[in-house]
Ligand binder design. Sequence first.
Ligand code: UDX
Length: 435
Amino acid sequence: MSKRITVVGTGYVGLVAAIGFADFGNQVIGVDIDKEKVDKLNAGISPIYEHGINDYLNRNLKSKRLRFSSDIASSIIESEVIFIGVGTPPKDNGDVDLSQVENVINEISKNLNDYKVIVTKSTVPVGTNKWIKEYIKEKTNSDNFDVVSNPEFLREGKAITDFFHPDRVIIGYESEKSKEILKDVYRSLYLVETPFVWCNYETAELIKYANNAFLATKITFINQIANLSETIGADVNEVAKALGMDGRINSKFLHAGPGYGGSCFPKDTKALVQIGAKYDVNMSLVKEVINSNELQKIRMVKKLKNILGDLNDRCIAILGLAFKSETDDMRESPAISIINELIKNNCKIKVHDPKALNNAKKLFGDKIIYCEYSLEAVKDADALMLVTEWNEYRNLNLNNIAKLIKQKIIIDTRNMLPATKVKELGFIYEGVGRK
Ligand code: UDX
């Protein structure tokens, strides 16, 4: 049976969930305090760049299964299931800031007119769902509600596909009634036999952190092996390929590069360390992953220094600013650390990215030069550094670059270009983990 759902928060997690649940046949209201955003969404314009999102948004708006509102109270009153998809950003000390979640559960407490299931989709520290349950119970003096933990695993750029084809769905729950309701909400996935993991709150909460920390560790591991490969003359691509052939390891997330970024891995690894500290459990491995990832970003600038010597007054072209391709998101992007390090070294920096230039302008203002075209960035540069693996950079016109660039130097932090061909054109070329 379809459900009446409110999803609070229309960021990556909340918006995709609202659209996805509507597409499953549920009646969904997406709530956000940002009125301008709500108006745009109701007009069928997505505030985020995500492959396929506008089609799905418009299709569900048209069918009247989906609408957006900034009136949280009436949305809660109308709904049986409330998903919390607001931000849980890190505080300066690495703790998670739960103030947005607290605002939502205060609203829910004030508007608990009938039985409701409150589902946490945002990534929250272990213990939060239990706390939410106690909090609402205390505020309302009622237990006519259930709390469910349902962490989200979607990747930016592939969010829509990931939502409709998850490897599995994790549900931390306490009551059978809430389990049956969640089955209804996810009926479409249930019918296609997507695996569901039913567990307690703490397990569900930890799965999310463990999952992201494991992937961050896998990337950091291959980055360290890449750094060793450079020194001993091995090729990390071949090492990774062979490792991936071992079914116990699997080939995914073994691409060496400039370090991981994004809104999840950096935040969630730090949060896991904090959770360990809170319960006095050793999380030294994850701590080391965080340190090593920071060093990896700076190592890309060291590669430049090794070739150019002094970086003072050099002009460096950076191609790619987003933390990965197919997104305009620059949160924790390796490009930020790289650019900051270059600025510290008094470099002139020209940047290009097919989607992230506007976000870069917010971060760097007039400290760097923004270019519409990649070749514009490359013109008269002392070196070119590729930072994001956009497809268009795979087909760069190397002959034109050779003519425009001042010094034929390429640092390819994503191992995207054909090394032999680049060198044949007279470039000094350095990738990651390859001689
Ligand atoms: C990640 C998780 O994959 C997702 O399950 C979770 O919900 C949110 O965090 P996302 O941040 O969108 O998703 O990006 P992802 O594609 O996982 O990449 C994360 C970072 O790791 C990027 O900076 C990417 O460039 C880097 N990466 C990824 C590597 O350096 N090497 C790899 O092999 C894979």
